[in-house]
Design a binder for this molecule. Structure first.
Ligand SMILES: *[C@@H]1O[C@H](CO)[C@@H](O)[C@H](O)[C@H]1NC(C)=O
Ligand SMILES: *[C@@H]1O[C@H](CO)[C@@H](O)[C@H](O)[C@H]1NC(C)=O
Ligand SMILES: *[C@@H]1O[C@H](CO)[C@@H](O)[C@H](O)[C@H]1NC(C)=O
Ligand SMILES: *[C@@H]1O[C@H](CO)[C@@H](O)[C@H](O)[C@H]1NC(C)=O
Length: 205
């Protein structure tokens, strides 16, 4: 039998994926290269803020002015970081791997300086999934991106044990007997997903 290789490529939606997180969520997944919206509070008006990553102050919002600090105070970061007081949102655009970390926003009443609470959020950066490829025979689904998970469906239904064997990482499928139809592989991670489909026909010989 000849080794038939079929590679289908899908336009990868890998640029500029938005990640929107509320600081009420303790974990935030950000897509590399896209804008990350980290909503620290609903409205910063009347409040001061100190935002730490780990032990380091990364920015202050004081008397209605944002000041980005130290390691975040390099030119590229200054251009990438923005704080929108009206909706309490820290915008990192484009987000990079080095933006990952545990952020803690401390909120103070502007008039009294009294503490008004704090939020902690862990930002995890992931590369979005990219082109999804399928190769026929021992069909292997591949994609780039972090923390990839693969899943398969045949004619829109999840592939069951009767239809195929899956490798332990779900990346490779071996269709049983004469299973035919539209075979779809979906690659996903926490920030994105993509799929590609081939029509598997019964090939004798
Ligand atoms: C934020 O609060 C200030 C002061 O209370 C108010 O003027 C402003 O409209 C608020 N912004 C939004 C988006 O609600
Ligand atoms: C906050 O405001 C910015 C700038 O107008 C906007 O891009 C962003 O989507 C807003 N975020 C929320 C949660 O409203
Ligand atoms: C493989 O797929 C099965 C069924 O969809 C799922 O339960 C399992 O967690 C997946 N394994 C991996 C390593 O993704
Ligand atoms: C494949 O992706 C497209 C576009 O994102 C989506 O509309 C479709 O439902 C997906 N198909 C499957 C089988 O997941």
């Amino acid at each position: 039998m000849q080794a038939v290789q079929l590679l289908l490529l899908m336009a990868g939606a890998s640029k500029g994926l938005e990640s929107i997180c509320n600081a009420t969520e303790s974990i935030c997944f950000g897509a590399l290269g896209g804008p990350v919206y980290l909503r620290l509070m609903t409205n910063a008006s009347g409040h001061d803020l100190a935002v730490y990553r780990g032990d380091t102050v990364v920015f202050n919002f004081r008397n209605s002015r944002s000041v980005f600090y130290k390691e975040s105070n390099t030119t590229p970061v200054l251009q990438r970081w923005q704080f929108v007081p009206d909706n309490g949102t820290l915008i990192i655009n484009p987000a990079e791997r080095r933006d990952a970390g545990t952020y803690r926003a401390e909120v103070y009443e502007q008039s009294t300086g009294k503490g008004a609470g704090y939020y902690t959020v862990q930002l995890i950066m992931e590369a979005p999934v990219s082109d999804v490829g399928l190769s026929i025979r021992s069909m292997k689904c591949s994609s780039n991106g972090d923390s990839l998970q693969f899943s398969w469906s045949l004619d829109g239904r999840p592939v069951g044990e009767a239809d195929a064997d899956l490798s332990s990482d779900n990346q490779t499928i071996l269709l049983k007997g004469d299973a035919t139809g539209e075979l779809t592989c979906t690659a996903s991670n926490h920030v994105s997903r993509a799929n590609t489909t081939i029509t598997k026909q019964l090939c004798s010989g």
